[in-house]
Design a protein. Structure first.
Length: 684
C-alpha cells in the first residue's frame, strides 16, 4: 500500500452528531416506496445482477441481452448480446409523450436564454449525426469534443452516441498541450470545437488552443467549428439577424484537418440526408459510448472507457432515485460536460429520464455574485447539484445574496466531487435549502460512471459531511491492508467488492494499467477506489480523500506527476516535486518545490523581484501546459529536494512542510538532513 489513510480534518467530521430524518414524501418517481427500497437493498446485496437487470429494463433495447454479467476480473461485460442506442434512449423514445417538453434550457453568460424541446434537440442531433457520417466516420471511431457549455456540446455528444462514434469530451479549461495529448491518445478523427465561450466576461478562445494542438495531431481529419455568436440558435427557425456578433472569417484548415463551420455544415444537411443518414446505429451493450480522461498517479492521464448499456442503466437509475427526478422538475447540475458529472448527470442520466435540464455557460459570480441564485429563481430550478468548493465560496459571500432571491422552487440539493465539511453542509441546508430540502452528498468517481454512495431523500437520514450509505446494487466495503472488512467505527480503504454495470471497462490503450491501478491492491476482483474512508458506528461512510498521489483541487482531479511533468518541461527547471496542502476553499491547494538548473539558479539567487517574476512565469507555464485548474498556489525554489538514499523524493516531508511549515515526521530514511533544514529556513 502506498501511504496511510490521511486523518486531516476528518476528526472534526467524525464528531458530527446532527441527524436529519428522511422525508417519506419523497421518491415516488420510480415507484420507490419503503418496501421496494428495502427489497432493492436486499437484492442489490444478495443478487446485484437482478437489481441491475431491472434497472436496464428501463432502457429501450433493440435486442434483449442473453447474459446479464460475464465477469473475469478485471473485465466485466454487462447485458451481453443486448443491442441498443445511447441517443435513442435520451431522445427518440421520449418523443411520443414528451416531444414538446423542454429538454434543455440554456443561459449564456452574456444573458441569452434558449430552450430546446425534446423534438427540437432530436432534430439537431439527427442533422449532426448525418454531418458526422458524411465526414466518413465509422462506428467505433473517436470524436474529440472541446467546447464551452452550450447546447451544441450536448448535440455533439448525442450525435456521437447516435452514430456509434465514441466521444471524448475534453474540458474547455485545458490548454493546447493537454488537448493534444488526449486527442492523440484517443486517435480522434474529428474535433468538435467553438471559436470561443464566455467566462467572467471574457472570451475563452478555444479555437486558438485547437490551432496549436492540431499542429501535432496526425489522426484528425475534420474540425467542426461552432461560432459562439450563433450558438443556441438552430439553423432553421431563427433568423441570422438575431445573432449577437458579427461573423469573422475562419480558417479553412487547422493542421491537416478540414474545417467545417457548424451552422453552414448543418444548413447543408438536407431533409433527405437527415432522414437517411441521421438514424440510429444499433450497438452492442458493451460498445464504448465514451472515453473520458482523468488524472492518475503517473504524468499520463488515463482514458477511461465506458460502455453503452451498463453505463446508461447506472446513470438512469441513479439519476432517478438519488435526485428523485420527476418529469416536472427543472434540474440543474452545475458541472461542465468535460467531467464525468457532466456526462452522467447533465446529459445521459437526466435526459434518459426525460428530465428538463438547465445549463449555464459561465462563471458563478458573473456579472454579480448572486448570478446562481438569480437563475434558480428565474428558471424555477427544483433540483440543484453542485460542488463543495462552490458552496464554500458562496458561503464566504454571506447570506444576504441568496436571501435576496426566491429559492422556494428548490426541493433537492446535491453535492459532489470532494468531502463536504459539516459547516458548508449546514449552510447549504439552511440558507439555500431553507431547511426544507434534503441534501444528497454523492460519492463516486470517473471510474464508477454513476453515484455509488449517497442518501436517498426519502429513506436515509443524513449526517452533515457523510455520503451516508451505498446505494442498492453496490457491494461497498471499508477494508484494512489485508482486504478484511473493518469494524464499524474504524478507518480503512474504500473498495467495491462486486462489479456494477456503469464501471469503466478499461483504460484506452492500456489494459495492464487498468488492472494494476484498480484490481491489484486487493485480491479476488475487488475494486480499489484509491480513497480512504471511515465507517462510523451506524455504518455510515465518511470519505477521507485520496490515499495516492492524486490531488483534489476544487473537486477536480489532478495527478501530482502531471503538474511535475509540466514544470520540468520548462527549460530552466531541473527537478520538481508537487504536493497538496489543505485549503479552506478549494479542499486542496498545490505547492510545488522546484530545483532550477545551475545557471538559472545563480541568476535568481538573492534577487527577490526576479524570483517573484520567475515564480509567476512558471505558474503561467503550468497553466499553458495543463490549464488554469493546475496553477500552483505556491512555488518554492530549493537547491535540493529531500530524497531517500535510493533517490526517491520524500513527498511526505514536503507535504508536512507545505502544510505546517515545519517537519516533525520521521526523517531517518532521508539522505541529506540539511535539505530539510534549508527548506525550513526557506534557503535556496
Ligand atoms: O476522492 C474522491 C472524490 O473525488 C474522487 C473522484 O474524482 P473524479 O473522478 O474527478 O469524479 C468526481 C465526480 C464524481 C474520488 O475518488 N469525491 C467525489 N465525490 C466525493 C468525493 N469525496 C468525498 N465525498 C464525495 N461526495
Amino acid at each position: 500500500m502506498r501511504t496511510t489513510v490521511p486523518r486531516s480534518n476528518i476528526d472534526v467530521h467524525l464528531k458530527e452528531t446532527r441527524l436529519f430524518k428522511p422525508d417519506r414524501a419523497f421518491s415516488k418517481a420510480t415507484g420507490l416506496d419503503l418496501k421496494t427500497y428495502k427489497k432493492w437493498l436486499r437484492s442489490g446485496k444478495a443478487t446485484p445482477e437482478k437489481y441491475w437487470e431491472a434497472a436496464a429494463q428501463e432502457l429501450t433495447w433493440h435486442k434483449k441481452w442473453k447474459k446479464t454479467l460475464k465477469w473475469t476480473p478485471p473485465h466485466a461485460q454487462w447485458f451481453v448480446g443486448g443491442k441498443l442506442n445511447g441517443a435513442e434512449n435520451c431522445l427518440d423514445r421520449h418523443l411520443p409523450l414528451h416531444g414538446n417538453k423542454a429538454a434543455l434550457v440554456w443561459e449564456g453568460e452574456p444573458g441569452e436564454v434558449f430552450t430546446w424541446t425534446y423534438r427540437q434537440l432530436h432534430r439537431e442531433v439527427e442533422k449532426f449525426t448525418a454531418l458526422l457520417r458524411n465526414t466518413g466516420l465509422k462506428p467505433g471511431d473517436r470524436v474529440a469534443i472541446y467546447m464551452p457549455l452550450v447546447m451544441e456540446s450536448i448535440v455533439a455528444m448525442l450525435a456521437c452516441a447516435r452514430g456509434g462514434f465514441t466521444h471524448t469530451v475534453i474540458f474547455g479549461g485545458f490548454g493546447a498541450e493537454a488537448l493534444k495529448d488526449r486527442i492523440n491518445d484517443a486517435a480522434a478523427k474529428v474535433v468538435v470545437t467553438a471559436d470561443y465561450g464566455w467566462r467572467k466576461g471574457l472570451q475563452v478562445k478555444l479555437r486558438e488552443q485547437v490551432d496549436a494542438a492540431l499542429k501535432n495531431c496526425p489522426t484528425v481529419e475534420h474540425v467542426v467549428l461552432l461560432e459562439r455568436a450563433f450558438s443556441g440558435r438552430m439553423t432553421d427557425g431563427f433568423s441570422e439577424s438575431l445573432g449577437r456578433g458579427t461573423r469573422v472569417s475562419q480558417p479553412k484548415h487547422l493542421g491537416r484537418a478540414t474545417v467545417l463551420l457548424w451552422h453552414d455544415a448543418l444548413a447543408a444537411v438536407s431533409e433527405t440526408q437527415r432522414k437517411n443518414f441521421g438514424g440510429i446505429e444499433s450497438v452492442d451493450a458493451e460498445h464504448p459510448l465514451f472515453i473520458l480522461y482523468t488524472s492518475g498517479t503517473t504524468g499520463k492521464p488515463k482514458g477511461l472507457v465506458h460502455s453503452t448499456g451498463g453505463y446508461l442503466a447506472g446513470a438512469l437509475r441513479t439519476a432517478k432515485i438519488v435526485f428523485d427526478l420527476k418529469l416536472t422538475d427543472v434540474y440543474w447540475c452545475t458541472a461542465d460536460i468535460g467531467w464525468i458529472t457532466g456526462h452522467s448527470y447533465v446529459v445521459y442520466g437526466p435526459l434518459a429520464a426525460a428530465g428538463t435540464v438547465f445549463l449555464y455557460e459561465g462563471a458563478p459570480t458573473h456579472p454579480t455574485p448572486d448570478r446562481f441564485w438569480n437563475m434558480i429563481a428565474r428558471h424555477r430550478v427544483s433540483i440543484f447539484y453542485t460542488a463543495p468548493t462552490a458552496i464554500r465560496s458562496f458561503m464566504r459571500l454571506g447570506n444576504e445574496l441568496p436571501k435576496k432571491h426566491d429559492l422556494s422552487s428548490l426541493r433537492v440539493l446535491g453535492s459532489v466531487g470532494e468531502p463536504i465539511n459539516p459547516e458548508a453542509w449546514m449552510w447549504y441546508h439552511d440558507i439555500i435549502g431553507g431547511g426544507r430540502c434534503p441534501i444528497v452528498d454523492t460519492y463516486w468517481q470517473t471510474e464508477t460512471g454513476a453515484i455509488v454512495i449517497s442518501p436517498l431523500p426519502g429513506f436515509i437520514a443524513t449526517k452533515p459531511g457523510s455520503a451516508t450509505r451505498p446505494l442498492p446494487g453496490y457491494d461497498v466495503d471499508v477494508v484494512d491492508k489485508a482486504g478484511k472488512s473493518v469494524k464499524n467505527g474504524t478507518g480503512g480503504y474504500l473498495v467495491i467488492r462486486k462489479p456494477w454495470p456503469s464501471m469503466a471497462r478499461t483504460i484506452h490503450g492500456d489494459p495492464e494499467r487498468f488492472k494494476k491501478q484498480y484490481f491489484s491492491e486487493f485480491k479476488g476482483g475487488v475494486y480499489f477506489t484509491g480513497d480512504g474512508a471511515r465507517r462510523d458506528r451506524d455504518g455510515y461512510i465518511w470519505c477521507l480523500g485520496r490515499v495516492d498521489d492524486v490531488l483534489n483541487v476544487s473537486g477536480h482531479r489532478l495527478g501530482t506527476m502531471e503538474v511535475e511533468s509540466a514544470l520540468v518541461s520548462h527549460p530552466a527547471v531541473a527537478e520538481a516535486a508537487v504536493v497538496g496542502r489543505p485549503d479552506e476553499l478549494k479542499g486542496q491547494g498545490i505547492v510545488a518545490f522546484v530545483t532550477l538548473k545551475a545557471s538559472h539558479a545563480a541568476q535568481l539567487r538573492g534577487n527577490l523581484s526576479e524570483k517573484a517574476q520567475f515564480e509567476s512565469l512558471l505558474k503561467g507555464h503550468v497553466v499553458k501546459q495543463i490549464g488554469a485548474l493546475a496553477r500552483p498556489d505556491e512555488i518554492r525554489f530549493t537547491k535540493n529536494l529531500p530524497k531517500t538514499r535510493s533517490g526517491k523524493i520524500m513527498r511526505r516531508l514536503l507535504r508536512e512542510l507545505a502544510t505546517n511549515g515545519t517537519v516533525q515526521g520521521d526523517t531517518t530514511t532521508l539522505e541529506d538532513l540539511s535539505v530539510i533544514a534549508a527548506l525550513q529556513k526557506d534557503e535556496e
